[in-house]
Design a protein around this ligand. Structure first.
Ligand code: RFL
Ligand code: PHB
Length: 390
């Protein structure tokens, strides 16, 4: 098989890149190691920046996010037993959209199927070769046979544990990493959300987040130790702990129900530089990870592939290498700002056992300052709704 761009990974970055390239008349094949149902079953991001919604529109999959996405003009910070609203609309003139990653993936999968584009699911033992030479290729096992996909370019959209970054020789890449001493225990449940907007809670027992997917489906998270295990948490234990960490009047509105999904995600900040190696590009979680506080991961994945689609469009349309040459630099400028914001917001909202009572007082002083200062609130708001693409 031959294509112009071989995309490794059918997560949101791979599928969105495929859709953007299709719109630009560029041929791409997506190779995914898992089945479609597994990919759809992963419960992850929930908040889209406007630039991400714009990209979904550009990719021709904007209809459902417009019809079903919930517009949020602000968010709540909870500390000291009270809620403090950050008004995105008043401070920045912008908003975010609540629409689950599962739905983004579903829309992109449906559009791919409708357009008759090729996605190879359940590809085992995926390998990439010759991205530094003139004949890049991706090989994989399917139905007991090894297949080869020849291409002009390879897009590594295969997530943090993927094969593309791992195939690079030591020394080709510099990685920057911070691992946090805690994780997030998340529960998805078919219960109405406790509040209109999201609540990020700083509490002495640890961080908590009230999020949502729709008016009838809620997503909640609590900070837990890194070595915690999901089997240790019954549904009741989760709901009790969540309520303890919320202001009383919010806790009273938490409607409980059976967990549809319950999982623990580790928290990490990670950036790999550069993001292009000859004819191989890394995009999304394959190149960088943010802790989920601030909801930047999926949005960064989307902006990466937006830049990559532009660069490849220039290459095929205008025979210009300029976009390709600048891909890494263009992405990284945006990525480091989102890394900073996610690290800062994580540091502000979580309990760090090692910083003790002094650390807690510093957080409280910063939170008081944040909600009392228009300048500080604006800095939070403009990062949360998403910085510009330039
Ligand atoms: P993904 O989603 O990991 O997809 C990569 C795909 O590549 C496949 N793959 C391979 N395919 C072929 N060969 C191989 N060798 C392969 N190895 C892997 C995988 O099976 C998979 O299908 O990466 P992508 O596309 O870059 O997308 C990134 C986003 O998924 C991620 O950044 C977000 O989910 C992060 N995130 C959030 N981001 C937001 O913008 N807003 C949020 O509200 C938000 N909340 C979250 C999150 C991530 C979370 N977890 C669990 C990490 C909440 C959580 C709890
Ligand atoms: C989510 O709904 O999964 C979510 C929302 C906001 C975050 C992280 C995750 O900051």
């Amino acid at each position: 098989m031959r294509t112009q761009v071989a995309i490794v990974g059918a997560g949101p970055s791979g599928l969105l890149l495929g859709a953007l390239l299709h719109r630009a008349g560029i041929d791409a094949v997506v190779i995914e190691q898992r089945g479609a149902d597994y990919v759809l079953g992963r419960i992850r991001a929930g908040i889209l920046e406007q630039t991400t919604v714009d990209l979904l529109e550009r990719a021709g999959v904007g209809r459902r996010v417009h019809a079903e996405g919930l517009r949020h003009d602000g968010t709540e910070l909870a500390f000291g037993g009270a809620l403090h609203r950050i008004d995105f609309q008043a401070l920045t003139g912008r908003h975010v959209t609540v629409y689950g990653q599962t739905e983004v993936t579903r829309d992109l999968m449906a559009a791919r199927a409708e357009a008759g584009l090729v996605t190879v699911y359940d590809a085992a033992d995926v390998a990439i070769a010759d991205w530094d030479g003139g004949a890049p290729k991706v090989t994989y096992m399917l139905d007991g046979r090894r297949h080869q996909l020849d291409c002009d370019f390879i897009a590594g959209c295969d997530g943090f544990h993927g094969v593309c970054r791992a195939s690079l020789p030591a020394g080709a890449i510099t990685a920057y990493e911070k691992v946090y001493p805690f994780g997030w225990l998340g529960v998805l449940a078919d219960v109405p959300p406790a509040t209109e907007e999201l609540v990020y809670a700083n509490h002495e027992r640890g961080f908590a987040l009230c999020s949502q997917r729709s008016r009838t489906r809620s997503r909640y998270y609590i900070q837990c130790p890194s070595d915690d295990r999901v089997e240790r948490w019954s549904d009741d234990a989760f709901w009790d702990e969540l309520r303890r960490r919320l202001p009383e009047h919010v806790a009273d509105h938490v409607v409980t129900g059976p967990a549809l999904e319950k999982s623990i995600a580790p928290l990490r900040s990670f950036v790999a530089e550069p993001m292009r190696f000859g004819r191989l590009f890394l995009a999304g979680d394959a190149a960088h990870i943010v802790p989920p506080t601030g909801a930047k991961g999926l949005n960064l994945a989307a902006s990466d592939v937006g830049f990559l689609a532009d660069a490849l469009g220039e290459f095929y349309g205008e025979r210009s290498d300029a976009g390709i040459a600048h891909y890494s630099q263009r992405c990284l400028a945006r990525i480091w700002k989102a890394e900073r914001f996610s690290w800062w917001f994580t540091s502000l909202m979580h309990r760090f056992p090692e910083t003790g009572e002094f650390g807690a007082r510093m957080q409280r002083a910063e939170l008081d300052y944040l909600v009392g200062s228009q300048a500080a609130s604006t800095a939070l708001a403009e990062n949360y709704v998403g910085l510009s693409l330039d």
